[in-house]
Design a binder for this molecule. Structure first.
Ligand code: SF4
Length: 206
């Protein structure tokens, strides 16, 4: 079964509960400095949920909540993602799932207008630097369905190029990013319902 959403908190060892097949990834990439994102993170954010799993969600990058926790999709966006998953399960569909991102480290930035800290999209170089970690994660999670969450993940994973589907013999579904859905009105929006229906249909066809 997939994991429940974690509360936002500083976790002493966010990786202790991760599945055994993910532990070598923690060992290999914790402390990684293969790109500049590794400087100044609170936590590397590798994975959350079951592995192996039926469905693997791949988002863009950790945000501040995730950086604090060391677990992906635990903030407001994570709540939306979890609600889609729960709605599908409420339809009687049983599946396990895991969650990861294109990059494992938060891409921090300063908003030029407000001077406040913010999170930007990862660059192509950063996504490339983290690709081996992501591909190793996909291999170890061996999902039956890959759900690419949001435009940035889609761009860096070169969806809809069929490379991933061929390489992993795994169907790939694109979902809009929960942050976008929140901007469109969250649970009351058409986007919210549409993404849930896409997910449900894809899981029904597994
Ligand atoms: S984002 Fe990936 S490649 Fe860059 S430092 Fe973090 S783990 Fe290493």
């Amino acid at each position: 079964m997939g994991s429940s959403l974690q509360s936002t908190q500083v976790t002493l060892n966010p990786y202790a509960e991760l599945p055994e097949v993910i532990q070598p990834i923690v060992k290999a990439w914790k402390g990684c400095q293969d790109c500049s994102l590794g400087q100044g993170v609170c936590n590397y954010v590798f994975y959350r949920g079951s592995a192996p799993c039926d469905v693997l969600f791949i988002g863009e990058a950790p945000g501040y909540d995730e950086d604090m926790c060391g677990l992906p999709f635990v903030g407001k966006s994570g709540t939306i993602l979890e609600s889609w998953i729960q709605l599908v399960k409420d339809e009687g569909l049983k599946f396990t799932y895991g969650v990861t991102n294109v990059v494992a480290c938060i891409p921090k930035a300063i908003n030029e207008e407000t001077g406040k800290k913010t999170v930007r999209a990862p660059s192509k170089e950063e996504a490339d630097a983290c690709k081996l970690r992501l591909l190793t994660t996909i291999t170890r999670a061996s999902p039956r369905l890959i759900c690419v969450v949001g435009k940035t993940a889609k761009k860096y994973l070169r969806i809809p190029a069929r490379g991933m589907e061929k390489e992993y013999n795994t169907p790939v579904l694109e979902l809009q990013h929960p942050a976008y859905v929140l901007r469109k009105g969250g649970r009351n929006s058409l986007e919210y319902k549409r993404n849930f229906l896409y997910l449900k249909e894809a899981i029904e066809n597994l």
